[in-house]
Design a protein around this ligand. Structure first.
Ligand SMILES: [Zn+2]
Length: 114
């Protein structure tokens, strides 16, 4: 939730940053049709803010994402039990792992401490 609010606040601030782009274009193109001037302003804004928006939404989640699965064979010790694997945390990303490695609780704790 904290992360969501941070992103939301950044996004609101970023919208305010588009104010000068809009204002400058509307001043420069004051003699042209208002619709045309707004279209030009939005086009320039899109060129700039696509990259900023991308950064805002890419901000890392602070909580690790785990997958839990029953009846797995631990990748490290071979024990059959409930398994855990870290899926996503900061730059660690195994969301599209084709060979996911599940570990028993003991082994997954050992692995995550490394
Ligand atoms: Zn194990």
């Amino acid at each position: 939730m904290k992360n969501f609010l941070k992103k939301y606040l950044l996004y609101i601030i970023r919208w305010q940053l588009s104010t000068p782009v809009l204002a400058i274009v509307l001043i420069v193109l004051a003699t042209t049709n208002k619709w045309t001037a707004t279209i030009v302003a939005n086009f320039i804004g899109a060129l700039i803010f696509f990259w900023i928006d991308r950064l805002i939404f890419k901000l890392n989640h602070s909580n690790p994402l785990w997958e839990v699965k029953n009846n797995i064979k631990c990748y490290d010790c071979g024990k059959e039990c409930r398994g855990y694997r870290l899926v996503k945390y900061k730059k660690y990303d195994r969301l599209n792992d084709i060979n996911p490695q599940f570990r028993c609780e003991t082994c997954s704790i050992k692995k995550s401490e490394k």
